[in-house]
Design a protein around this ligand. Structure first.
Ligand SMILES: [Fe+2]
Length: 195
């Protein structure tokens, strides 16, 4: 990035937040204005990384510190591309950089041993997020969502998570059956775009 707010500055400010708090919601509330600043940087995502893949959203690691205390990721959503219903098992913020996406929220409900089916993945809400909007996730109760781009334009989201999310074991949930399976969603690039 040329001028403005840099990922180095973000790193220093997130370090300050993490030094004084470990509560997910407190971290999210403190990190939200930092993501707001990042979303306003017009050259945050280099041109070469703004194109979606043909069949799946693209996932680029923008930045992570050596200790992997957090990571900053850009997702490029082609028209009609979608991510299955998933959790994160770590705090995270989702910012709309360009275009719009639809986010559906879910809660996993355990009906108890012997119930058939035992688990239910219930849809709670649906919102359309547009440029500048910020959403968030944190375990255990506010962690499951599905994201899609039902629109005709490319959408770009920028996320901050409390670990390297490209290494994090987490889960995909099936709202039809209540079943879940673990997954690791790796970045499309090995070396972060920014250091
Ligand atoms: Fe997510």
């Amino acid at each position: 990035m040329s001028d403005g707010y840099t990922l180095r500055q973000l790193n220093s400010e997130i370090d300050d937040i993490l030094a004084v708090s470990s509560d997910h919601r407190t971290i999210i509330d403190a990190a939200r204005p930092l993501l707001e600043k990042l979303l306003k940087q017009p050259d945050l995502i280099p041109e070469a990384y703004r194109k979606p893949h043909p069949h799946k959203y693209a996932q680029y690691l923008l930045y992570k510190p050596d200790n992997e205390a957090f990571s900053v990721i850009a997702f490029i959503w082609g028209p009609k591309q979608t991510a299955p219903v998933h959790d994160h098992l770590v705090w995270g913020l989702v910012g709309l950089y360009e275009g719009a996406v639809q986010e559906k929220r879910y809660r996993r409900i355990d009906h108890g041993k012997g119930a058939e089916p035992r688990f239910e993945v219930r849809e709670l809400s649906e919102v359309t997020a547009r440029k500048g909007d910020i959403s968030f996730v944190y375990p255990p109760d506010y962690d499951i969502h599905g994201v899609s781009n039902p629109f005709d334009e490319v959408a770009i989201t920028v996320h901050i998570y409390g670990t390297d999310i490209g290494k994090q074991v987490r889960n995909i949930h099936d709202p039809e059956t209540g079943q879940m399976r673990d997954v690791i969603t790796r970045h499309d690039n090995d070396i972060p775009l920014y250091s």
